[in-house]
Design a protein around this ligand. Structure first.
Ligand code: GLY
Ligand code: MN
Ligand code: MN
Length: 432
């Protein structure tokens, strides 16, 4: 059985150590109903195992390096909740060297901890019961020191290894991210084709998520944002229940999750298919900033410098349009641009939409390297009650967001199938 990520993880561990990685817990929606289960990204990355109530124990120096504790088969429960891999499946289907029922974890964990120099464990990762079990076992080992037991000397966050691995996407992962982006781009195109005045924002949301699911995506990678008019100036607008108005822009931030991998795409377009002159001025500026920043996504660039470029282009443009007054240098130093551009240029993306991986190393913004994927998403958001700016811009919100893979010699835009040039958008929408 192939388990390349797990094998690489083992290689990077201190050999005299043990790692404990837990599955995500089922999340309650209300009373006794649950949200659809979503596995913990670290756990999924290492094991591919998609059930709750599972724990992986990794011991590089032992004969049995990879142990899975899982829910045992249970015909009665499986009638209600579906098939479980069980102890046998954990070995046969997921490559565990040994497997036990999850109920045996507590009695066995002490044996794994005993004598390990380091414990790799992500404390505070949403499973307080497991945190407590592990602390209890460590304390127990300390009290048994005279009997030759030995508690770990240090607890190290598993993220120090796993997150660095996750930051660099393998060809297989890139394929899945491309698929997530393709599905999402199709949904954005379809939204452009179908949007028209008097529709509800939630109709567009439903259309987008229909395309996600119909294409085999697990779910949206985050709550879909469909904001018409001034709703586009609310960064995390997710109520999506207003009516789309003729003459307004529509901002859609929507991305599918495919086989666990996220896309994160934003497009902004006119509800009636034609940009007004004022909307186009803002739109063109955001696009100018986005293209300039995407150009910088290549090996050796630093996210901090890409962000700085977005601030420069947007600030200079906002002065030209009369949104800001003064000289660019001062406005940037005093962060005056934040009235209209209040977030940063983007983030890593992968199994999590806001993915893991360190942005800084020793206080310095790290350099991009091939295999990293980041979003590039500048925006301008002009609240409807802003004072002392040209009235024609009030209530306009524009963001353009793409997912960009760093390649050996530059980049590849995974989300390029979603139109973003004004002419492309207007041409597509004219087909409606
Ligand atoms: N959709 C969340 C983000 O753009 O970061
Ligand atoms: Mn987004
Ligand atoms: Mn994003």
């Amino acid at each position: 059985m192939q388990r390349p990520q797990l094998d690489e993880f083992i290689k990077r561990m201190n050999p005299e150590s043990v790692a404990i990685i837990a599955s995500a817990r089922a999340a309650t929606r209300s009373n006794d109903t649950h949200y659809r289960y979503r596995q913990d990204s670290d756990f999924y990355y290492l094991t591919g195992f998609d059930e709750p109530e599972a724990i992986a124990v990794v011991s590089p120096s032992k004969e049995q390096k990879f142990t899975l504790f899982v829910r045992p088969r249970d015909p009665e429960r499986e009638i209600w909740d579906g098939r479980r891999a069980g102890v046998e499946g954990a070995k046969a289907e997921y490559g565990a060297d040994e497997a036990f029922p999850i109920t045996e974890f507590e009695e066995k964990v002490g044996d794994y901890l005993n004598g390990a120099t380091n414990l790799y464990y992500r404390i505070g990762n949403g499973n307080a019961d497991l945190d407590e079990t592990i602390i209890h076992q460590i304390k127990r080992l300390r009290t048994l020191a005279r009997k030759g037991m030995r508690a770990p000397e240090a607890i190290i966050d598993t993220g120090t290894i796993i997150h660095e691995m996750r930051l660099f996407k393998s060809p297989e992962e890139i394929e899945m991210m491309q698929r997530a982006a393709d599905i999402s781009a199709e949904a954005h195109r379809e939204a452009m084709l179908q949007a028209r005045p008097d529709m509800k924002e939630y109709e567009i949301e439903a259309l987008i998520e229909y395309i996600f699911r119909k294409s085999g995506a697990n779910a949206p990678a985050y709550t879909t944002i469909v904001g018409g008019g001034a709703n586009a100036t609310v960064l995390h607008y997710i109520t999506n229940n207003e009516t789309l108005r003729d003459g307004d822009l529509l901002l859609i931030d929507a991305g599918a999750e495919y086989q666990g991998y996220a896309a994160d795409i934003t497009r902004t377009f006119p509800v009636n298919g034609r940009f007004t002159a004022a909307q186009r001025e803002i739109y063109d500026l955001v696009l100018e900033a986005q293209l300039a920043c995407i150009e910088m996504v290549r090996p050796g660039s630093r996210p901090q410098d890409i962000n700085k470029r977005s601030v420069e282009v947007l600030t200079e443009g906002m002065i030209r349009l009369g949104l800001l007054k003064g000289d660019a240098e001062t406005l940037i130093k005093e962060e005056k641009y934040k009235q209209f551009y209040m977030h940063t240029i983007g983030h890593f993306i992968g199994l999590d939409v806001h993915d893991v991986g360190r942005y800084h190393i020793k206080d310095e913004s790290r350099q991009l390297e091939p295999g990293m994927v980041m979003t590039v998403e500048p925006g301008i958001y002009i609240a409807a009650d802003t004072k002392e700016i040209p009235e024609k811009y009030l209530g306009i919100g524009v963001r353009i967001e793409d997912d960009v893979l760093v390649t050996e010699d530059g980049n590849r835009i995974l989300s390029s199938k979603a139109p973003k040039q004004v002419e492309e958008i207007e041409e597509l929408m004219a087909k409606n």
